[in-house]
Design a protein around this ligand. Sequence first.
Ligand code: CTP
Ligand code: MG
Length: 229
Amino acid sequence: ANLVAVIPAAGVGSRMQSDCPKQYLTIDNQPVLWHSVCRLLAHPLVSQAVVAVSSVDPYIADIQWPEGKPVHIVEGGKERADSVLAGIRYATSQCQADWVLVHDAARPCLRPADLNNLIDSLLAADQGGILAVPVRDTMKRAGINRVISETVDRNALWHAQTPQLFPAQALEQALTQALAAGANITDEASALEWLGEQPLLVEGHADNIKITHPEDLALARFYLSQDVI
Ligand code: CTP
Ligand code: MG
């Protein structure tokens, strides 16, 4: 199977409150994006990467990618889903992708073992799915004026992460149709759910954080300094 990694990296990182978009902040002298892409390319079944960036991105050209596997750069879009779709279109039309592995640029701490497990499980099942972790806290639904209206059954709740791995043509069609219909698409699985499909949950680890707020950078630096990651 030809797996192509698609990495949306066209966001501005407004919640991070940094002048430089978070995917270009550095950990061990390399941008967060570089770490995220290298972790995907390290898997033997991932043949190449497609990175979607802003049309006015001044940083991407300076990145030194590792030798061996191509890294293609395409122009992203207004929302994350638009950037992902631009990357997938390139992956299917130019890279002969069978499967696309979509991963946020802002998640540099993906464990190699979790990536292995995701790919092995979904290729064996011949079905799309996502890395996710079970919710650990008791969950409450808020009512008006922030009173607790109920305790939600935690056993059925998972945090969706990336990577998300899908057959390339199926995801391209689902995203195209869902976006055209104005559906609220916040990850790849939601586009297939919108079509009535049931992607699989593959259990990962909570340290696969999406760098979002200023304090997350130090946490990512810590996780990346740990052997297991
Ligand atoms: N992304 C993208 N194109 C967009 C918006 C987001 O490629 N139009 C990417 C981001 O670069 C990031 C990933 O999607 O790697 C996850 O999005 P998020 O964490 O929300 O990043 P930002 O949108 O940049 O941050 P914020 O929402 O705080 O502005
Ligand atoms: Mg965003």
